[in-house]
Write a protein that binds this ligand. Structure first.
Ligand code: AMP
Ligand code: ZN
Length: 113
């Protein structure tokens, strides 16, 4: 837990969030400012700054990606973008690693052919 980190506070339930998944290692919740029909953030509970640091723990990175896939399977038929902004100039604003699960396809939606 890093005292000033907003995602640590969400993990610790000090700040509310619309949580869609929680286990001992990973939490996923709706982005407060969604930029797509499906916009969920998947975070390791452990505080690490970015996805490169997260990758030092291969199992945890793998779990974050698997949970992202599971959420996308439920909500967008398994098709999604998984975005990790890394560094301020790349758009990272919260320095607790998080993957954005993004899709404009919601499950049940019929493909337009
Ligand atoms: P990034 O810019 O890649 O660091 O992504 C940070 C994301 O966190 C942004 O899309 C914000 O909308 C989102 N965000 C910030 N504060 C909260 C919060 N309290 N609950 C949910 N999402 C948040
Ligand atoms: Zn944190």
């Amino acid at each position: 837990m890093t005292a000033s980190c907003i995602f640590c506070k969400i993990v610790d339930k000090q700040i509310p969030a619309k949580i869609v998944h929680e286990d001992e290692d990973v939490m996923a919740f709706h982005d407060v400012n969604p930029e797509a029909a499906v916009h969920i953030l998947v975070v390791p509970k452990m505080h690490v700054q970015n996805v490169v640091q997260l990758a030092q723990n291969e199992q945890l990175l793998s779990k974050v990606v698997q949970i992202a896939g599971q959420i996308a399977k439920e909500r967008s038929g398994g098709e999604f973008r998984l975005l990790f902004n890394t560094g301020k100039s790349a758009g990272q604003s919260v320095f607790h690693a998080h993957g954005h699960v993004l899709s404009n396809k919601t499950s049940g939606e019929t493909d337009v052919v």
